[in-house]
Design a protein around this ligand. Structure first.
Ligand code: UDP
Length: 356
């Protein structure tokens, strides 16, 4: 079975790290990896391949720094060439980025079967580029691997049971990644940043809905400044957000660092007091490590965390973020590992594909 896996953005490298490791256990599976180039530098790409021992990409399109349309168009053209040349049985895509959509679209036009990992997630906010990418990708996929029951229900509401495709509840590959790489993480980053376990807040902010909106970003920054008066706030910052903060002259008094590799990120998450983020992946990692998460968005795809009372939507409202911090800063919980499949997602995917 020849699988062409498409990656391009940070969370996809992490997911590929877990899934490629599983695929290697099956001699029937021959995987090659195509990197679109969407995230491309040391901090956002190379460190993941190196530290997580992800096989070096067989193809690299080096498409980055373009508008959504230009980026997706160039990727589509490049991926099509590789598919025509390699003739894979499946093209496998992760999540909801432009690389996801380009991979799925190129494959489906060439009648190559599309495997979508993280299918069925919805925010119901069509202004998010990610929502557009995931809905279109789901519709042209042949194998839809869903991380949660909620994702399965979303597909049912959209009538997917009437289409000629396979839907599988496999669990979340991010949990597989967290469990595996947590064994390899060290505490060195805590010493380097002079952090004591349990005495800092970890934050990441990168969603366009927050960074592109002046009001929303300054509300979030002002909340992080206020919380930092009480306990250190550490923000590994996406280069795009760093530039926007500098261009707008926003004042920050918390600790901004360059993006870190996944092993350091696991250490930062598992030792923090609480997480404040607009990231999809980090919401779940906070849960896996038993940390409350304040989600700086108006919706989340991971609604089971809201229902479990361990994640709170605080939007981009500084008062709500600070109130959330005051409410949750001393609360503790133990995660239910079964909620996201218990670390068996990759095995479930490989076995399902081999059963065909
Ligand atoms: N992450 C990382 N280093 C960082 C910031 C985030 O390794 O400096 C990881 C994080 O732990 C999570 C993933 O990147 O696993 C999330 O990626 P991102 O927030 O870019 O995308 P999203 O999950 O929102 O699609």
């Amino acid at each position: 079975m020849k699988i062409l896996t498409i990656v391009g953005a940070r969370p996809q490298f992490i997911k590929a790290g877990a899934l490629s490791r599983e695929f290697k256990k099956y001699p029937e599976i021959k995987e090659s990896i195509l990197h679109t180039g969407q995230h491309h530098d040391e901090n956002m790409s190379e460190v993941f391949f190196r530290e997580m021992e992800i096989p070096k990409p067989d193809f690299n399109l080096e498409v980055h720094g373009l508008s959504h349309g230009a980026m997706t168009g160039r990727m589509l053209e490049g991926i099509e060439k590789v598919i025509l040349d390699q003739k894979p049985d499946y093209v496998l895509v992760f999540g909801d980025t432009n690389s996801t959509l380009a991979g799925a679209l190129a494959a489906s036009k060439l009648h190559v079967k599309v495997v979508h990992i993280e299918a069925g997630l919805r925010s119901f906010n069509m202004n998010m580029p990610e929502e557009v990418n995931r809905i279109l990708t789901d519709r042209i996929s042949n194998w839809l691997f869903c991380p949660t029951e909620t994702a399965i229900k979303n597909l049912e509401k959209e009538g997917f049971q009437h289409f000629d495709l396979k839907v599988n509840l496999c669990g979340d590959v991010m949990q597989d990644a967290s469990l595996f790489y947590a064994q390899k993480a060290s505490n060195a980053i805590l010493d380097k940043l002079n952090l004591s376990s349990g005495y800092y807040v970890l934050s990441t902010i990168h969603r366009a809905e927050n960074t592109d909106d002046k009001g929303r970003l300054s509300e979030i920054v002002s909340a992080l400044n206020a919380i930092n008066e009480e306990v250190k706030v550490v923000l590994p910052l996406h280069p795009r957000t760093r530039k926007i903060i500098a261009d707008r002259g926003l004042k920050t008094n918390f600790t901004i660092i360059d993006p870190v590799g996944y092993l350091d990120m696991i250490t930062l998450t598992s030792n923090c007091r609480l997480v404040i983020t607009d990231s999809g992946g980090l919401q779940k990692e906070a849960y896996f490590f038993g940390k409350f998460c304040l989600t700086a968005r108006d919706q989340t795809e991971w609604t089971e965390l809201i229902e479990a009372g361990v994640n709170k939507l605080v939007g981009a409202d500084s008062k709500a973020i600070i109130a959330g911090w005051n409410e949750k800063k001393d609360k503790h919980f133990v995660a239910n590992a079964a909620l996201y499949g218990g670390g068996k997602a990759c095995e479930n995917i490989a076995k399902a594909l081999l059963r065909k």
